[in-house]
Design a protein around this ligand. Structure first.
Ligand code: SAM
Length: 227
């Protein structure tokens, strides 16, 4: 599915598709940015400025939030219109169109590769090769963060069903583990589920943490460290 058609209305379509009123969509992107920062802080012991590659960066809104939090971000996507938006929002950063499979940057040139709600849009037979390329981009000791929809959550399923561009093939944790095992690297693998309640507060944060090990959340992250 080409996202060129949805570049201008991407966020409003997601908002319209949610079965409950969700308010300001950008709060959900802030939530994602914070989860990603937390994962990076826990897993990387580097004092240097961390460089992130966003594989399937879309409109670059998340990337802007990550840059505002001190990371250096480069983004790649198959959609020229999405890349145009990302470039406009992140002037001076590297954002480029590519063929969707072959890594368009130097090998082992980033600390972290993120792939947010994009793997589910890649046909299953191509996922193993895309993983190989994502792993190539990361230095040893770096991490790959896959952020995906949790198919077992009814709110997720309802949103995906109603959304015109969410013509997806869900990515299961089992499938991810198998793909990672097939890669020629030693890795460490962990999963966290996210309730995705974009409100701050001690109670919400504690609930989020309490449930992160159970497959109930709206989305999940697979955190894969390249040893
Ligand atoms: C649902 S959007 C997610 C965008 C962004 N990561 C976000 O979280 O808002 C999926 C994106 O993946 C891109 N895409 C689809 N297939 C791709 C591939 N093989 N490689 C990189 N990007 C791809 C689409 O063009 C689109 O921008």
């Amino acid at each position: 599915m080409s996202f060129n058609r949805w570049s201008d209305t991407y966020e409003s379509e997601i908002k319209k598709s949610a079965p409950l009123p969700i308010g300001d969509y950008s709060k959900f992107v802030v939530y994602k940015a914070e989860k990603i920062c937390e994962i990076i802080e826990k897993n990387l012991l580097s004092n240097e400025r961390v460089k992130i590659l966003d594989w399937g960066c879309g409109n670059g809104v998340l990337d802007k939030m990550l840059q505002d939090r001190g990371f250096q971000v480069a983004g790649i996507d198959v959609s020229p219109k999405m890349i145009d938006l990302a470039k406009r929002l992140n002037p001076g950063s590297e954002f480029q169109i590519f063929d969707g499979v072959s890594l368009p940057i130097d090998m082992e040139s980033v600390d972290v590769c993120i792939c947010v709600c994009t793997l589910q849009h890649i046909a299953k037979p191509n996922r193993k090769q895309v993983f190989r390329e994502m792993f190539k981009s990361i230095k040893r000791g770096g991490i790959l963060i896959i952020y995906e929809h949790n198919r077992w959550n009814p709110l997720t399923r309802a949103t995906v069903w109603r959304c015109p561009f969410e013509n997806i093939q869900y990515v299961s944790v089992r499938e991810l583990k198998k793909i990672v095992l097939d890669q020629p690297y030693k890795t460490e693998f962990s999963i966290k589920y996210h309730l995705s309640i974009p409100r701050q507060g001690q109670v919400i944060n504690s609930l989020d943490r309490l449930f992160e090990n159970f497959p109930l959340g709206v989305q999940y992250t697979a955190i894969i460290k390249k040893l």
